[in-house]
Ligand binder design. Structure first.
Ligand SMILES: [Zn+2]
Length: 265
C-alpha cells in the first residue's frame, strides 16, 4: 500500500485513533488515516462542490427519485446497509460516474444517455457503491490529497477557504484508484448487482459501451479507470464461473421511461 508522502501532526493524531482497520468487504487490514465520521463530514461538505463542478443536478424529480431508489436498493444489500447513501444525477455531458467518501455517488447526464436499461444503470451504481464500502474513496483521498488538507479547507470560512474547497473539490472528483481497487470494485459490484436482482451481463454491456464511446473520443470516466476491454474479460470470466438465478431483471422500458425520456427537461 502506498504510504502518504507526508505525515503531519493532525494526520498522526488521527493515525493513532483510526490507523489500521479491518476492511468490511475483504476482511483484510487496511491503513486508512480517516475515521468513518470524518468520511461523512467530508462527503457532506464537498458534495455540493462536485455537483456545481459537474453542471448541477438534473432538475427532474421523477428521474432523480428513480436513480436514488435504484442506488438505495443496492446499498441496502451492500456491506454498509445502514450508511445513508445518496445517488444523484448531474447535468454534465461528460461520460462519468464518481463517488465521495461517506456514500455520495454521482452519475452524469452524458453517462445516463449512453445506458439502455435499469440493469446497466445498476451496474454503474453498484461499482461506485463498492468503492465506498471497500473504503477505496477514503484511501484515495488520504493518499492523494491528505485528510488534513481536506478538513482544513472545510474549517476556513474565508474566500481563501472557498477557493481551496473548489480546488480540492475538483481533486476529489478526479481521485484515481489503483488497478487492484478497480478489480475489487468490479468484483464486489457484480455481487451487489446480482444480489439486487439484476442480470450480471449488464455489467459487461456497460464495459462494451465505454469501449465504444472511447473510440469516438476519450471519455472522462476512463481517465480514472482501467481499460474497459480488460475489465470486460474479467467480468465475463467471473460470470462464467458462477451459477446465477434465471430471469434476473433487465428493465429496459422502465429505464427509458424514467430516465431517457426525462433527460431533456
Ligand atoms: Zn471505479
Amino acid at each position: 500500500m502506498t504510504k502518504p508522502l507526508f505525515i503531519t501532526s493532525a494526520v498522526f493524531v488521527s493515525l493513532m485513533f483510526c490507523g489500521c482497520v479491518i476492511n468490511p468487504v475483504t476482511g483484510q487490514k487496511q491503513l486508512i488515516l480517516i475515521s468513518p465520521a470524518q468520511e461523512l463530514q467530508i462527503g457532506a461538505q464537498y458534495a455540493p462542490e462536485i455537483e456545481k463542478q459537474l453542471g448541477g443536478r438534473i432538475e427532474n424529480k421523477t428521474l432523480q427519485n428513480y436513480i436514488n431508489s435504484i442506488g438505495r436498493n443496492i446499498s441496502r444489500i451492500s456491506h454498509m446497509p445502514d450508511l445513508d447513501f445518496s445517488y444523484v444525477a448531474l447535468k454534465s455531458d461528460t461520460i462519468n460516474a464518481m463517488t465521495l467518501p461517506g456514500g455520495y455517488v454521482f452519475v452524469t447526464k452524458g453517462m445516463l444517455e449512453k445506458l439502455d436499461s435499469e440493469a446497466q444503470l445498476a451496474a454503474i451504481l453498484a461499482h461506485e457503491t463498492a468503492h465506498v464500502t471497500t473504503r477505496h474513496a477514503a484511501w484515495a483521498m488520504t493518499t492523494q490529497i491528505g485528510v488534513d488538507i481536506v478538513l482544513s479547507a472545510i474549517s476556513q470560512k474565508t474566500s481563501a477557504g472557498a477557493a481551496n474547497m473548489a480546488r480540492i473539490g475538483s481533486q476529489l472528483g478526479g481521485l484515481k484508484y489503483s488497478r487492484e481497487h478497480e478489480t475489487q470494485a468490479d468484483t464486489v459490484g457484480l455481487d451487489y448487482l446480482v444480489k439486487a436482482g439484476y442480470a450480471p451481463f449488464a455489467a459487461v454491456e456497460t464495459m462494451e459501451m465505454l469501449q465504444k464511446q472511447n473510440e469516438v473520443r476519450p471519455i472522462e470516466f476512463l481517465s480514472s479507470h482501467p481499460n474497459p476491454g480488460n475489465r470486460k474479460e474479467m467480468l465475463l470470466r467471473q460470470i462464467n464461473l458462477r451459477l446465477y438465478p434465471k430471469n434476473l431483471k433487465i428493465k429496459r422500458s422502465d429505464y427509458h421511461r424514467y430516465v431517457l425520456m426525462n433527460l431533456d427537461d
